[in-house]
Design a binder for this molecule. Structure first.
Ligand code: ADP
Length: 379
């Protein structure tokens, strides 16, 4: 049992021994040592992660001196056992509570916003999540982009459906260690359109925050839909302590709408922690080997948004980083292997890792707390 306590359920990320998943351990004398048969119980039949559990259990028990053979037999929890697991996971907590909004919660929550679509908000969110995980943090990612919900595909789990234990939903684990839940996963079918009005979107957001078992996270990232719509308002109401990162391109038109998205966050009493300028330039290599920065979308958008928001809010809103245009970034997203993992030494990946470090290193001081003030300036 001590050896098995080192095996975590890949979705719930807690030891299988704590979760009541070890049904029986049969030990018999074999040729040259002990033969062990572990009977483990899965939360649902056809659990997509049974190979992972089998492999991890085998490795953990094989490491015990004297064990010569390990077998794993998988069963499925009974309704009663699932209820027991559900209670363990809820930990006595009342239902429909958002853990990230409770006093004393230690998870840093960052919402990634943009004025309009196509500026790379989802790409930035996914890469920041992976970079934070690579820096040793436990990261959860909520894809609340009703229009795009492209995050699962970018993480290589486009067709994954979350496992459910009673009314608790398990976020989908990814190879990078980041757990993800997407508004797209709440639809019955992948090709279905999300044609929801405000109250329905609000319920979906609350569900992704309170009905999903996130466990202890260091950082939770939310990929918001572009603009200043219903989800942004719901997010402000349900997660007043969340901090907002605004993504823009250098282009004037993008910067202007990004300022509005930032101002919206402030109206919801959320702090804007900085601006990420994406698609800032393209690093072109000349025939002689020298490199130059081609500013394809113009320049200055990030600085402009940062300066405007700093002036409007009366606190410093810095530019957190400038990410170049990189074909590898686009390809990594399309292939489900984001650039911070596929090409960590590329300039774009380094910039993203730098931004992640700045965000991850932020303390949760007074600066992040809401004061309940609303800016009086026009937006
Ligand atoms: P948004 O979430 O703002 O709608 P996406 O992250 O979906 O934007 O990005 C839009 C498209 O631009 C995607 O195809 C993405 O791969 C690509 N893209 C984003 N940022 C970059 C970049 N820095 N270099 C190259 N392509 C990028």
């Amino acid at each position: 049992m001590t050896a098995l306590a080192k095996v975590n359920d890949p979705e719930i990320k807690r030891p299988i021994t704590e979760l009541g998943m070890v049904d029986a351990v049969d030990i018999s004398a074999g040729d040259g040592g002990a033969e062990v048969l572990v009977k483990a119980l899965l939360t649902v039949a056809g659990c997509p992660l049974k190979d992972t559990i089998t492999r991890d259990v085998t490795a953990a028990v094989s490491a015990i001196p004297g064990v010569v053979r390990v077998g794993v037999e998988l069963g499925v929890m009974s309704a009663e056992q699932r209820q027991g697991l559900h209670e363990t996971l809820r930990g006595g907590q009342a239902q429909r509570e958002i853990p990230f909004a409770q006093p004393g919660n230690l998870t840093k929550v960052f919402a990634i916003a943009s004025g309009k679509g196509g500026v790379g908000k989802s790409s930035v969110t996914v890469n920041l999540a992976l970079a934070l995980a690579r820096q040793g943090r436990k990261v959860g990612l909520v894809d609340a982009d009703v229009y795009g919900h492209s995050v699962p595909a970018m993480l290589g789990v486009a067709d994954a459906r979350p496992t459910q234990v009673e009314d608790l939903i398990m976020p989908v684990p990814t190879a990078s260690g980041v757990s993800v839940i997407s508004i797209g996963m709440l639809k019955p079918r992948r090709d279905q359109v999300v044609a929801w009005r405000g109250p329905m979107l609000d319920r979906a957001l609350v569900q992704m925050l309170s009905d999903v078992y996130w466990g202890a996270l260091d950082v939770l990232l939310l990929d918001l839909p572009p603009g200043t719509g219903d989800i942004a308002i719901s997010m402000g109401q349900h997660l007043p302590g969340a901090e907002v990162v605004v993504v823009t391109t250098p282009q004037e038109a993008a910067a202007e709408v990004a300022e509005r998205a930032g101002t919206m966050a402030s109206m919801m009493h959320q702090r804007v922690v900085g601006v990420v300028e994406n698609m800032s330039y393209y690093l072109h290599t000349n025939p002689d080997g020298s490199q130059e920065k081609l500013e394809i979308f113009g320049s200055g958008g990030g600085e402009r948004v940062a300066a405007t928001l700093s002036q409007r809010f009366g606190y410093d809103v810095p530019v957190l980083g400038r990410i170049p245009i990189d074909v590898a970034l686009r390809e990594g997203g399309d292939a489900g292997r984001p650039i911070v993992e596929a090409a960590p030494d590329s300039p774009a990946a380094r910039e993203l890792a730098g931004i992640a470090e700045r965000l991850g290193g932020r303390g949760r001081g007074l600066a992040g707390l809401q004061l309940g003030l609303t800016p009086t300036s026009k937006f």
